[in-house]
Design a protein around this ligand. Sequence first.
Ligand SMILES: Cc1cc2nc3c(=O)[nH]c(=O)nc-3n(C[C@H](O)[C@H](O)[C@H](O)COP(=O)(O)OP(=O)(O)OC[C@H]3O[C@@H](n4cnc5c(N)ncnc54)[C@H](O)[C@@H]3O)c2cc1C
Length: 414
Amino acid sequence: MDFELSEHAEQWRRRLQVFFDQEVLPRHRAWLDHVVQRREPAPFMAELQSKARAQGLWNLGLPELADDEPGTRLSNLDYAPLAEIMGRLFWASEVFNCQAPDVPNMIALQNCATPAQKRQWLRPLLEAQTRSAFGMTEPDVASSDATNIATTIVRDGDDYLINGRKWFITGAAHPRCSFLIVMGVSNPDADRTRRHSCIIVPMNAPGVRLVRPIRWMGCEDHVAPIGELKFENVRVPAENLLGQEGDGFKVAQIRLGPARIHHCMRSIGLCELLIELMMARATERRAFGRSVIEYDTVQRWIAESRVELEQARLLCYRCAWLLDRAGHHGAWREVSLIKVAVPAMLQRIADRAMQVFGAMGGSDDTPIHQALAWGRLLRIGDGPDEVHLRQIFRMEAAPPWTIADSPYLAPHPV
Ligand SMILES: Cc1cc2nc3c(=O)[nH]c(=O)nc-3n(C[C@H](O)[C@H](O)[C@H](O)COP(=O)(O)OP(=O)(O)OC[C@H]3O[C@@H](n4cnc5c(N)ncnc54)[C@H](O)[C@@H]3O)c2cc1C
């Protein structure tokens, strides 16, 4: 097996790294000041985006762009090391139009939208002229089982009428979010996985109400603020339906594969940063007459973090490679594997980093507590651990022998 990055990927990685170091990282303080402290948009974002785009660093996470669509057309595998660089800052992906939930939505639209829908909804996303959200989860039902989703999508003449409540909808509270893809029941009598459809709902459609913004573990998602929404007799034209009636699961699954793997790639980059932070802090800090880095416990935490990170990275690369070769269905198992492995690793590494930093680790002076919250979120968002573990277990094949006749065992004869 060849573990080297392709020349093509390495070239893009270097280009992105230079841009990140020279243009993005120096603005981190200003970003915190404007967006987090003053709660206003980063005044330099549009300029940074056009600079990045001028260098070709645009729509990096979309392998299947049409000829007239802007972007690099990197494979998932080639994108992985680039997403790692972006993952070091919570806001960096937006500079390159690679942020969630827009990229998974773009992939859903690429695969399921009609040409007219692509012109109206996909094109503005590819150009970063608008933002979007995906609305599945509901407060009143256990949404980890998507067959429970109860919002109704009912045909009424040339329109559909939508009624229901959604919450924890990432990006829905962003002031520039102009539409969301809503999942709801359209065919209640159909087979369990054919009851639901996905439909494009403009945020300004009469009857769509942003009930409140939602924080997660006290943290706000400043890139894609989370919202709770209510839909009361929302009327949208029938041509807003994505795919056919009953295709809701198909649409959701198409976007969930990339959504999950991209989160994992970025989280691996964040873990790389956490290890660097641990190294720097423990080297500089002295306690009980020694540098903190000299303590076995701290060395072990850092070494264990490295072991876990390299394992996760390889698994993530393999998943990306499978996604490129075999599409979503071929990578289904690996997506579940990394979806369980990476958030748990992020949580462990962030926890160690917090301990190494002492009190400072839980303050806004470091990104560590947000990393911890992010890891915790990813163990629930896009499907809780338990659901993925069940999937993984179900794909485990039973061995072709019983314990009694196993060639590997020597049970004592009765
Ligand atoms: C910060 C954040 C952002 C989010 N963004 C979005 C978004 O943009 N769009 C969107 O639609 N949703 C979003 N979500 C929602 C997320 O996808 C759901 O929370 C998730 O699918 C779980 O659904 P639930 O909260 O209803 O939990 P429930 O379905 O009520 O499940 C609760 C718990 O039950 C247990 N459980 C469930 N199934 C099983 C099983 N098979 N075996 C064992 N135990 C099980 C698990 O421990 C699970 O955590 C977001 C969530 C968070 C926290």
